[in-house]
Design a binder for this molecule. Structure first.
Ligand SMILES: [Zn+2]
Length: 195
């Protein structure tokens, strides 16, 4: 369960990054710990409510400063675990504990249509538990499908949910195409200046 979201690069170009997992989409509401404040999307409880509503539908119950603080705590833990797994390192156990604590909460369970009872109303704590359970899913067993984009100058982390387990790029249209162009150039006469 991913979905992706729009990014804007330094040149102002919008491009779509599908991280391949709900929990990584959530991690990329921030800068993934790269000290780039321009990437922050969750400046206020309202920003968090908007992001969660886009993913889960309208929320019952408040999204206040306490919920935002909790969400940012979960996000920070997801970032720590994802970045460790992306370089095949062991994640900080304290961050794993945070992810597990959120995953232990009541989530938004899958529901069959056609019953007589209303499903539990989405609220922010259930939505965050759902994000945390997605993290448990994709980070399990050493997160073998958590990778960093293969481009030398790109640090984006994604979950490879392809059937062939062969995803290499954050985006084929972004880093994938640049790599193809480079490979094409290096096959020809080396007269071009470096990009
Ligand atoms: Zn990339």
């Amino acid at each position: 369960m991913g979905g992706g979201q729009w990014f804007t690069d330094r040149a102002g170009t919008r491009w779509f990054f599908d991280s391949g997992a709900l929990c990584l989409d959530f991690a990329y509401t921030g800068d993934l710990g790269h000290a780039n404040p321009a990437w922050e999307r969750l400046h206020s409880p309202g920003d968090l409510a908007d992001w969660l509503t886009q993913r889960f539908g309208s929320l019952a119950g408040p999204v206040d400063a306490t919920v935002l603080a909790a969400a940012l705590g979960l996000r920070a833990a997801i970032v720590i675990v994802a970045r460790a797994l992306a370089v095949d390192a062991a994640p900080d156990p304290a961050a794993v504990d945070v992810v597990n604590a959120f995953a232990a909460g009541a989530d938004l369970p899958p529901q069959l249509d056609g019953g007589t009872l209303a499903p539990p109303a989405p609220n922010a704590p259930r939505a965050l538990a759902t994000v945390a359970r997605d993290a448990v899913r994709v980070f399990a067993d050493g997160g073998a499908r958590i990778r960093t984009c293969a481009a030398d100058d790109c640090a984006l982390v994604f979950h490879d949910d392809s059937r062939t387990n062969s995803r290499r790029w954050c985006s084929m249209r972004r880093c994938g195409n640049r790599a193809k162009v480079r490979a094409h150039r290096s096959a020809g006469p080396r007269s071009d200046p470096p990009p």
